[in-house]
Design a protein around this ligand. Structure first.
Ligand code: HEM
Length: 111
């Protein structure tokens, strides 16, 4: 990532500002979950027969967990504990992979 090529001071101030963007991510994820719960209404009954759908829903739970850990680490980072970046960066990569898996599973189930 470009941030790892910046001088440390600049990287910190950039990361602080970039973290403001996370609020947009929370709104997006909340909308996906709300619309998903509504779209699920005809499918709850067949859920036990659709392992891919179960896997997708479990991964959404994992994603929410990852994001809440990252959010707590982000709060500490903003309070001055810059070592939190070591946690946030790998978790961010895992969250991206989990999100891609969720989309692949959703398309696998519904297409
Ligand atoms: C990170 C969160 C989520 C992502 C990225 C995501 C992604 C997707 C995508 C790409 C589709 C379209 C699949 C296709 O038609 O080929 C889809 C459909 C669907 N999703 Fe999600 N989803 C998320 C969360 C949820 C949640 C939390 C639920 C339920 C509790 C849910 C339930 C559904 C249902 C039922 C459909 C099929 C709707 C239909 O065609 O009848 N999703 N999702």
């Amino acid at each position: 990532m470009i941030i790892s090529k910046m001088p440390p001071e600049e990287a910190r101030s950039f990361a602080m500002k970039a973290m403001e963007l996370r609020k947009m991510g929370y709104v997006g994820l909340s909308l996906l979950i709300l619309s998903g719960l509504y779209l699920m209404s005809p499918y709850w009954r067949i859920l036990p027969d659709t392992p891919l759908l179960i896997a997708k829903l479990l991964l959404v739970v994992v994603l929410v967990g990852l994001i809440s850990v990252m959010s707590k680490a982000g709060d500490k980072f903003r309070a001055g504990d810059f070592s939190q970046m070591k946690l946030i960066r790998p978790l961010g990569r895992i969250a991206l992979i989990v999100t891609i898996l969720i989309v692949i599973l959703a398309v696998g189930v519904f297409h």
